[in-house]
Design a protein. Structure first.
Length: 553
C-alpha cells in the first residue's frame, strides 16, 4: 500500500504542477488549448520523478532523439531508426522517437479534469516508449505484444492502474477517420437506409446492421478506418493461418489480404449508402459474393443458402484481426493437478453458456479481469432463460447458472448494444428460419431491424424475451461494449487490537478462491466483491504477494 500511496502522490504532484505552470492561463484543469511544450513539460516531470531521468540517459546513450507533437487524431508513440552518415561519425545509427497527443480526444473526454486525462495518455505512451527503448517490442511472444502482459504489468507497477486505452474511455464517441481507407463519419441518429432480404440474406443483413449502426464505434473503426495492409495472417511462428474452407482458393496471406482490401471497399460503399442522406433499400450483394470466395458453401446448386451469423462473424474477425478478443485471462483446471493454471487466449467470441456456468474441468475465462473493448457471445445451448441465475435441466443434465445476461454485465462494466435473433428455425437444424436484430444506436435508443419488409423501428425498451430461448424465437448472438475499465485489485490492511491483521481484497476475480495455502492461515470470508482474511502480521506480506501475482500473471 505504501508503494500505491507513493505513486498517487507523485501523480498528484505532476497534476498540480502542470496546472500551476502550464495550464493556469488556459483554463486550469479544464484547459481549452494544448501544445507540444505542455506535453514536453509533463514528460520531463514523469522522467525525473518516476525514472530519475533514466529515459533521457537512455536516449543519449543510444544516440536517439525524442520529439513531441500535438496533431494526431489518435494519440501514439513511435520511432524511426536508421543509419545516418555524419561527418565526424560515419555510419552512425540514430533513432528518432516521437510522442503524438491527439487534442481532439482530450477536448471531448468525459473526464471533468482534462489534465488527469492528459496524464493517462502520457502514462500510456511512456510505457510504450520504455518498451521501444529497451527493445522489448522486438521480442516474440504473447507477453511482448503491444498491450500484452508485460505492458500491463509495467503500467500497473509504475503508475498504479490498468488504463490501456488511448481514448480515455470514450467508448461511445466516433472519430471521423479523415484520409483513412473509408473517410467515414459517425452514423448519426437519422433514419438509415436498410438492407433488404434477397436470397436468404437475413443472417448477414442483421449482423452488419449491428456492426454499422451500433452504439459502439469499435467495429466501424476497425472495419472502415484501419489500413488492411498492416494486418498479419501468420501465427507466432510465422506460418500462414488458413481459415477459409478447404474448397476455397484463398490459400495464402497475399490472397487473404487482397480479398480483405476488396471487402473493406464494399463495406465502405454499403456503410455510406446506409448512413447517407438518401433513404433507400439496398442488397448486401458484393459483400456476400466476396465472402463466398472463402466460404464456397454459401452458394449451393446455384442458390444462396441460409447460414449462421456466428460463422460469418468469425470469418470477418479472421479477415480483420484487430477484431479478435486478445489476451483473455483464462483459468485451466486439470483433474490431475490441485491448482489451476493461468493462461491467456485470443478468441473471436465466446459461447454464452461459458459465461453462465461455474468453473469446472477445462478452460474458463476469468470474467472479472477481462478488459477488451467488446465482448461477443454465441448462443448455442437451449437454456430457457439466459437472463437469470439458478438451475435448469437441459436434455436430462443439470446446468448451474451462477451469472446472468442483461443489458449490463460484469459489474456493469459492459453494456449491451446488439442482439441477433432467430425465429422459426426447426429444432436441431443448421441455420434456417429468419434472422432479425435489436440495435442500440449512439443516441442510446433501442431499435428493432428486420430486412424482410424492410423495417427499422425505435422501441421504448429492450424486451425481456431477448434473453429467453423459446421454441420459435431465440437469441443467437449478444454484443457488448466496455464502458468501464478493469481497475485491478484494491488491497487494504487493517491492524486489530488482538494482534491480528485484516486483509481486504476488493473488486477481484474468482481466482482468490484458489489459494488453499492461505486459507489454512485463517478462515476466509466474502462480502460481495470483497474477500477478507484475518492473519498474523508475519503472514501479511506472503498473502499480498500471492494476490498480486495472481492479479498480474
Amino acid at each position: 500500500m505504501a508503494r500505491q500511496n507513493s505513486i498517487a502522490e507523485l501523480r498528484k504532484f505532476i497534476h498540480d504542477m502542470a496546472i500551476k505552470n502550464r495550464f493556469l492561463i488556459k483554463g486550469g484543469k479544464n484547459f481549452i488549448k494544448i501544445n507540444s511544450g505542455d506535453t514536453l513539460y509533463i514528460f520531463n516531470l514523469y522522467d525525473k520523478l518516476f525514472f530519475s531521468d533514466q529515459i533521457k540517459e537512455r536516449l543519449k546513450k543510444t544516440n536517439s532523439t525524442l520529439s513531441f507533437y500535438v496533431r494526431g487524431r489518435v494519440s501514439g508513440v513511435g520511432g524511426v531508426c536508421g543509419i545516418e552518415n555524419v561527418d565526424l561519425k560515419p555510419n552512425l545509427r540514430r533513432c528518432n522517437y516521437y510522442f503524438d497527443v491527439a487534442p481532439n480526444i482530450i477536448e471531448r473526454t468525459n473526464e471533468e479534469d482534462r489534465v488527469y486525462g492528459l496524464q493517462l495518455i502520457m502514462e500510456h505512451e511512456i510505457v510504450h516508449l520504455l518498451m521501444l527503448l529497451w527493445k522489448f517490442t522486438h521480442k516474440r511472444g504473447v507477453i511482448y505484444e503491444k498491450h500484452g502482459r508485460l505492458y500491463q504489468c509495467m503500467l500497473r507497477e509504475y503508475f498504479g492502474h490498468y488504463q490501456i486505452d488511448h481514448d480515455l474511455g470514450l467508448s461511445t464517441v466516433d472519430d471521423e477517420i479523415e484520409g483513412g481507407p473509408c473517410n467515414y463519419k459517425s452514423p448519426g441518429t437519422g433514419k438509415p437506409s436498410l438492407f433488404i432480404n434477397w436470397g436468404n440474406s437475413c443472417y448477414i443483413d442483421s449482423l452488419l446492421m449491428i456492426l454499422f449502426l451500433g452504439e459502439s464505434p469499435f467495429y466501424r473503426r476497425i472495419i472502415l478506418g484501419t489500413d488492411v495492409s498492416t494486418f498479419s495472417y501468420k501465427d507466432r511462428d510465422g506460418k500462414f493461418i488458413k481459415f477459409c474452407q478447404e474448397s476455397s482458393k484463398i490459400d495464402s496471406e497475399v490472397k487473404v489480404r487482397a480479398m480483405t482490401m476488396e471487402l473493406q471497399n464494399y463495406f465502405c460503399q454499403d456503410y455510406k449508402r446506409i448512413t447517407g442522406e438518401r433513404t433507400e433499400s439496398l442488397k448486401c450483394f458484393n459483400v456476400r459474393k466476396l465472402l463466398r470466395q472463402c466460404y464456397p458453401d454459401l452458394l449451393k446448386y446455384g442458390r444462396w443458402v441460409q447460414y449462421n451469423p456466428e460463422n460469418i462473424y468469425d470469418l470477418i474477425a479472421e479477415l480483420f484481426p484487430p477484431l479478435k478478443l486478445r489476451d483473455i485471462p483464462t483459468m485451466v483446471r486439470i483433474p490431475s493437478e490441485i491448482l489451476p493454471r493461468l493462461t491467456f487466449r485470443d478468441v473471436n467470441s465466446f459461447q454464452a453458456n461459458q459465461f453462465l456456468e461455474p468453473p469446472g474441468i477445462g478452460e474458463r475465462p476469468m470474467w472479472n479481469k477481462i478488459n477488451t473493448n467488446v465482448l461477443v457471445f454465441s448462443v448455442l445451448l437451449p437454456i430457457k432463460d439466459y437472463g437469470s441465475e439458478g438451475v435448469e435441466i437441459i436434455n436430462g443434465e443439470k446446468v448451474i447458472k451462477i451469472r446472468a445476461f442483461g443489458e449490463y454485465i460484469i459489474d456493469d462494466r459492459y453494456k449491451l448494444f446488439g442482439v441477433v435473433m432467430n425465429t422459426g428455425r426447426l429444432k436441431g437444424a443448421e441455420g434456417g428460419g429468419h434472422y432479425f436484430s435489436y440495435i442500440k444506436t449512439i443516441d442510446d435508443q433501442w431499435h428493432i431491424y428486420d430486412d424482410f419488409t424492410p423495417s427499422y423501428k425505435s422501441i421504448d425498451e429492450l424486451p425481456r424475451d431477448v434473453f429467453k430461448y423459446k421454441s420459435r424465437v431465440r437469441p443467437v448472438m449478444f454484443f457488448y461494449q466496455k464502458i468501464k475499465d478493469y481497475k485491478g485489485i484494491d488491497i487494504k490492511t487493517v491492524p486489530r487490537s488482538d494482534g491480528y491483521v485484516y486483509v481486504f481484497a476488493t473488486d477481484f476475480s474468482p481466482t482468490l478462491s484458489f489459494i488453499p495455502e492461505m486459507d489454512k492461515l485463517s478462515p476466509r470470508t466474502r462480502i460481495e466483491n470483497t474477500r477478507i482474511w484475518r492473519v498474523e502480521p508475519k503472514h501479511v506480506d506472503a498473502l499480498m504477494k500471492v494476490i498480486r501475482k495472481l492479479d498480474l500473471d
